[in-house]
Ligand binder design. Sequence first.
Ligand SMILES: [Zn+2]
Length: 229
Amino acid sequence: MVDSRRNDARFSVWAGSLPPVVGRGDTLTLVPENVDTSVDHQARVEIARWTHTWMCAAARTHEFLESIWDEESPASSIGARDALSLVVIDAVRNTYRGAAVALGPNSDPVRAFEERQPDLKVVRDRFEHFEDYLRGAGRAQMRRGEVLVLDHLVGLEIRSSSGGGPGGHSIEVAVRERDGEKTYFIEIGAAVDAARVLAPAVLVAVGLYDDRHADRCAFCRRLDSSPGA
Ligand SMILES: [Zn+2]
């Protein structure tokens, strides 16, 4: 009993509510398609909880990111938003990773997420290995074991960022890769929104999403509403 209370508190910090007991009469039945259930059910339940927590981390960090603006100091405001973008991208990527295991990589929600966020996985990989990409030793830079010669150019950078649009703060990431320079574009708000659709689909698949959660969770996109609601 003590353990379960502690567990509730841990998740309520992020989520407001995540019901510890499943199978209530009001559990929703909007189960996603093409779900791989070969992973042990209890493991999927725990992965679903972590997936939801990462989504909440992304959403809360994004709220904070968008709240940062100092008219007196726009450059440092943009710098702060860029810095938090790295954290949000990491949290969204972890949401995606959890969903891919809990639902399977070919499930409809995971594929829909990939279509909405084609650059996110690549950018997260480049950021995770930033120390390699800055010296030409990233996996997308090396050729037959040889480090890419950068000729004093930067191997990886946030080239520009902007805000105010429907996708919120956005960053353009430039990477010098072995086939030439690539640019990737991430709208941070849109990435978080995709995670907010994905996480409740995971909860539904393992039986953790019900009316109580839908009413109390500030971050899951309600499954009976449109994605833009
Ligand atoms: Zn939720």
